[in-house]
Every structure is written in C-alpha cells, then in structure tokens.
Design a protein around this ligand. Structure first.
Ligand code: HEC
Ligand code: HEC
Ligand code: HEC
Ligand code: HEC
Ligand code: HEC
Length: 436
C-alpha cells in the first residue's frame, strides 16, 4: 500500500511539476516536457469540430473512421473498465493522463474532472476524431501525446492542393510521418518511465522504418499489406491514386464484432492472419518426439503482439494425435472456464509492480516483468519434447492464437457470467511423422 501511495503522489507531483515547468519553460528533451502539452494545450469547449460536420463532404472517410477503434477510444467498455480501475487505485491521479489519448478533445477543452465523462460534450465522447487529427500543427514529443493543436478552419493533411468550400487545406509533413501516430502509440509511465506501449519506438528501430514504410502505409489502406485506394476523398474533390483509408484496422476482431461491425471485424481478422506464419520440424528421439515450432512475423511493421500487450496475448496451441486420432499430447488448450492453459508458450508483455509481482496494471509498472514478442521480420523458436506411447504414425497440429483480452480480466470486471472471449487463429501448421 505504501508503494501505491508513492505512485499516486508521484503521478500528482509530475502533473504539478508539468504545470510549474510550463511557466518556467523547459527544453524539449526534458523527460517531463511531454507533460506540458495537456496543460499548455487548453482551448475553450467547442473549439474542435464535431465529426458530424464532415459527413456530408467526406462520407466514405466518415463511415470508415466511425467504425474504427479511434472512434471508440473513450467509450469502449474494455477501456472504461481499465480506466475506472486505474482511477480508483490511484485516487484519480491517472484520469487526465489516460484521457489525453483516449479523449483528446475532452482533455484539451477542460472537460475533466469529473473523471467519468459526465461533463463531456458530444464531440469529446467520440474519442480520437477528425478534427483532433486534422488540426495538429506540430509534434513536440515522441511519446505520451506530444501533439500541438491549432483548432480552427484550416485542416492539415497529406496534400494541400485541394480546395474546399468549407475549410482551408494545408499540407502537413507531420501527417505523413509515422511519428504522427507514434506520439500516441508510444506510452511511457510518467513516473517510472517504463515503456507501457512501444509500437513507435519498436517500428523506428526495425526494418520497415529503414525501408520508409510507415504506419500510414499499412494501416491507412483497405487491405492488409501496402494496398491502395484510388478515388476521391470528397465527391466534390479531385480524383487521386490513393485516398488515405480511415479504418485504422488492428487486431480488435472481438470488440468490433461485439459492436456489430462485422466488416471491420473481418478486416481485423485478415490483419491478424497476415501477420504471422508457422513452420514445424519434427525429429524422433529415443523416447519420443522433438517438435520444433517456428513463428515468423511476416506482416507486421512492429513486434507481434504490439500495443497493449499486457492486455492482449498470443500463444501456441499444440496437439499431437496417434493414428487413431487419439490425443497423446496437448499444450495451450482452453479449459471449460475458457482460460488458456497456464503452461502454454505466451507471447506478450507483463510488468512488475513495486512488490515484484507480475501485473497487467500499467499504472503500477515499475519495470518489465515478462516480455516475449516476435520482432518485425523476426522469428521465435520453441522446442517441445513430447513422449510418444509407442510405435506408429502421428500428427502434430499447431496453431498460433490471439486474444484481445484475457478471460480472467473480463471475469474480474464483469463477474463469472461475463461473455466468453473468443480466441482468434492467426496461423496453423501440421506435420506427420513415424515412430518405428
Ligand atoms: C462542404 C464540403 C466539405 C466539408 C463540410 C468538409 N470538407 Fe474537408 N474537404 C473538402 C474538399 C472538396 C476537399 C478537397 C479534396 C480533394 O480535392 O482531394 C477537402 C479536403 C480535406 C482534407 C485534406 C487536406 C489536404 O491535405 O489537402 C482534410 C484533412 C479535410 N478535408 C478535413 C475535413 C474535416 C475534419 C471536416 C469536418 C470538420 C471537413 N473536412 C469538412 C470538402 C469538405
Ligand atoms: C488518428 C488521426 C486521424 C483521424 C481520427 C482522421 N484522420 Fe484523416 N487523415 C489522417 C492522416 C494521418 C492522413 C494522411 C495519411 C497519409 O499521409 O497517407 C489523413 C488524410 C485525410 C484526408 C486526405 C485523404 C487523401 O488521401 O486525399 C482527408 C480528406 C481526411 N483525412 C479527412 C478525415 C475525416 C473527415 C475524418 C473523420 C471522419 C478523419 N480524417 C479522421 C489522420 C486522421
Ligand atoms: C490522439 C492519439 C492517437 C493518434 C494520433 C493515433 N492513435 Fe491509433 N489509437 C489511439 C487509441 C487511444 C487507440 C485505442 C482505442 C481503443 O481500443 O480503445 C488506438 C488504436 C489504434 C489501432 C488499433 C485498432 C484495433 O482494431 O485494435 C490502430 C491500428 C491504430 N490506432 C493506428 C493508428 C495510426 C496508423 C495512426 C496514425 C495515422 C494513429 N493510430 C494515430 C490513439 C491514437
Ligand atoms: C508492414 C505493415 C505494418 C506497419 C508498417 C505497421 N503495422 Fe501495425 N499492424 C500490422 C499488422 C499486420 C497488424 C496485425 C497484427 C497484430 O495485431 O499484431 C498490426 C497491428 C497493429 C495494432 C494492433 C495491435 C493489437 O493487437 O492490439 C496497432 C495498434 C498498430 N498495428 C499500430 C501501428 C503503428 C502505430 C505503426 C507505426 C509506428 C504500425 N502499426 C506500423 C501491420 C503494420
Ligand atoms: C500516449 C497515449 C495513451 C495514453 C496516455 C493511454 N493510452 Fe490506452 N491506448 C493507447 C493506444 C495507442 C492504444 C491502442 C493499442 C492497441 O490497440 O493495442 C490504447 C489501448 C488501450 C486499451 C485497450 C482497449 C481495447 O479496445 O481493447 C486500454 C484498456 C487502455 N488503453 C487503457 C488505458 C488506461 C487505463 C490509461 C491510463 C492509465 C491509458 N490507456 C493511457 C494510447 C494511450
């Protein structure tokens, strides 16, 4: 409890400092500098336009965005569960920190506190929306939301050569840069500096950054891979070779299905399946089988999994059958309570709290406690040693599985009657072999 109190005081302290430092102006490379933005970037409620104002002239983009997780960043149930828990365990110290990314317009127009969003206007409730992104004029920090806002009638993006009867258009190099995404998709604990989300830093040090392939190239196209989307961004605009697609697809198959967005769920499923490949090698040893499983990250520009990997997870499911289709070995199966075999090989990240215990509570992160993920264009290898009951032919079936949220976490928030979270298959491989 003492430790928790320290974290709470420290969170509050950092915000207080940020306020103070913003007056005495610090250098941009100071680790606290990123905290300035929320305090500095204050506008009157109503300064940012509602996404509804863009529908008439950008109907396709509106449709895509409105079913993206950005549109649900504030009001989605799984976010709210975690946010409310953080609030109650830190006496509110995390409220503005979380909202800065999940409800950026609310945070920048003084609509917190109260933390529960009861003072949010309709625009604030719509998460990361059009006018937040398209009035960004600078980025001060590579993590914890260093975007500089200049809300108004000028809209900034990747062109600047179009003309709109409703607003000005301006070219912005920031919007074409991965850092535009990265400053939100890079979260550091403001007190302990633990990398809570490292998607941008990870991308930056990987092969795709080297080749100049950005987040936008993969996530602002209609299909997995680097696709294109020819057409017009507005029926009254110019014809373009590629119009930035706004579905921002990731791995949220289940969340999207729960919200009734079947098409977005399908696209998310395709993204997950495009990310990984499995391959097997089997070798008969004296008392059984040595099964080598390789997992290759072939499609993601960053580690898999990425993002909130302390909430999401991937794991290997392995089953070996004899010639009568009787199971002789399993690992990574789901039990009747829908929990994954705890002895499975897990790809994920967990933190260590102040008492040295593993935790998925980001606000308690003192250091990284467990980290097994597969780098972009990289490979993970696991060797299973499996005892075989006798001679004959056998088959090994292996699947790489993904969950957006653990059943344990859902049960904790919603009780034992909670929905049974679905496991998504990312890749499969099978191999047959003989034991003489
Ligand atoms: C009356 C119609 C109209 C409305 C309303 C409208 N736009 Fe536009 N907008 C356009 C047209 C036309 C273009 C130019 C498209 C082209 O030629 O490629 C454009 C271009 C843009 C661009 C591209 C900027 C660049 O890089 O060139 C952005 C960003 C944008 N609009 C954002 C918005 C947002 C955000 C809203 C809602 C707050 C909105 N628009 C409302 C008509 C409109
Ligand atoms: C998370 C931030 C984000 C949100 C939310 C967002 N956009 Fe964009 N938008 C971008 C980025 C980044 C680009 C430029 C992509 C690129 O360079 O490939 C862009 C490009 C555009 C363009 C120019 C498309 C082209 O290729 O000609 C228009 C128009 C536009 N957005 C309108 C909107 C509207 C309308 C909404 C809401 C319905 C919206 N955007 C929501 C980030 C966002
Ligand atoms: C203002 C902060 C912010 C910016 C800027 C931003 N994002 Fe996000 N993004 C979020 C948040 C918050 C979520 C999580 C929403 C949720 O699931 O509650 C998210 C979720 C996502 C997801 C996961 C979708 C899924 O189905 O799981 C993808 C992919 C994504 N963003 C891509 C991008 C890309 C690409 C850009 C840059 C063009 C970008 N984001 C810019 C805050 C941001
Ligand atoms: C080479 C293409 C590629 C590039 C580049 C890329 N991504 Fe991804 N991304 C993917 C694929 C494929 C997935 C689905 C696999 C997964 O969820 O891990 C994904 C998943 C995601 C997710 C969802 C993770 C989850 O499971 O919740 C987020 C968030 C995300 N990317 C953000 C980004 C950001 C931010 C960048 C740039 C810094 C980026 N991506 C660059 C291909 C790419
Ligand atoms: C600097 C920006 C930033 C801050 C601050 C931030 N988040 Fe997030 N959050 C993100 C991004 C980006 C994602 C999307 C990653 C992914 O999809 O895997 C995300 C996703 C999530 C999700 C997953 C939601 C889903 O749809 O499954 C939860 C839960 C969450 N955040 C909780 C929190 C809490 C609680 C806080 C405050 C303690 C917080 N976040 C602070 C950027 C941020």
């Amino acid at each position: 409890m003492g430790k928790l109190f320290n974290i709470v005081t420290a969170f509050t302290f950092v915000f207080a400092c940020a306020l103070f430092l913003s007056i005495s102006s610090v250098s941009a490379d100071d680790p606290l500098a990123n905290q300035l933005t929320v305090e500095d970037q204050q506008f009157t409620p109503g300064s940012f336009e509602d996404p509804g104002a863009c529908i008439a002239c950008h109907p396709d983009i509106y449709e895509q965005w409105s079913k993206s997780m950005h549109a649900y960043a504030w009001d989605n149930k799984w976010y709210q569960d975690d946010y409310q828990l953080a609030h109650s365990e830190t006496a509110g110290a995390t409220d503005v920190f979380c909202a800065a990314c999940h409800a950026p317009i609310a945070a920048r127009t003084g609509q917190l506190p109260p933390h529960d969003g009861s003072q949010f206007d309709a625009t604030s409730k719509r998460g990361v929306s059009c006018d937040f992104c398209h009035t960004v004029t600078g980025i001060e920090e590579t993590f914890n939301m260093g975007h500089v806002s200049d809300p108004g009638s000028m809209k900034y993006a990747n062109r600047g050569d179009g003309s709109s009867p409703y607003h000005g258009v301006a070219y912005s190099a920031y919007h074409t840069d991965a850092l535009f995404c990265g400053s939100c998709h890079n979260v550091r604990h403001p007190v302990t500096d633990v990398a809570v989300i490292d998607t941008y830093d990870d991308w930056l040090s990987g092969p795709y950054a080297e080749e100049g392939i950005t987040c936008q190239n993969c996530h602002m196209t209609p299909t997995a891979g680097i696709g294109s989307n020819p057409g017009k961004s507005s029926p009254i605009g110019q014809e373009r070779d590629h119009v930035a697609f706004h579905s921002f697809v990731g791995g949220s198959v289940v969340a999207q299905r729960n919200m009734g967005n079947e098409q977005q769920a399908q696209m998310s499923d395709e993204f997950l399946k495009a990310a990984a490949r499995l391959s097997l090698e089997s070798e008969i040893k004296e008392n059984g089988l040595e099964l080598t499983v390789h997992v290759d990250n072939v499609g993601a520009g960053h580690k898999i999994p990425t993002g909130v990997t302390y909430i999401r997870k991937m794991w290997l499911e392995v089953q070996v059958f004899d010639e009568n289709n009787q199971v002789v070995y399993t690992s990574g199966l789901v039990n009747d309570k829908n929990h994954v075999d705890p002895d499975a090989v897990f790809y994920r990240l967990l933190f260590k709290d102040g008492d040295g215990n593993l935790t998925g509570k980001s606000w308690l992160a003192e250091e990284i406690g467990y980290d097994r993920r597969i780098p972009a264009q990289g490979r993970d290898t696991e060797i299973y040693t499996i005892t075989l009951p006798g001679s004959g032919s056998y088959r090994a079936d292996v699947r790489l599985m993904y969950r957006s949220l653990s059943q344990g976490s859902l049960d904790f928030h919603e009780g034992a009657e909670s929905e049974k979270i679905e496991s998504i298959e990312m890749a499969t491989a099978s191999s047959t072999f003989e034991r003489s």
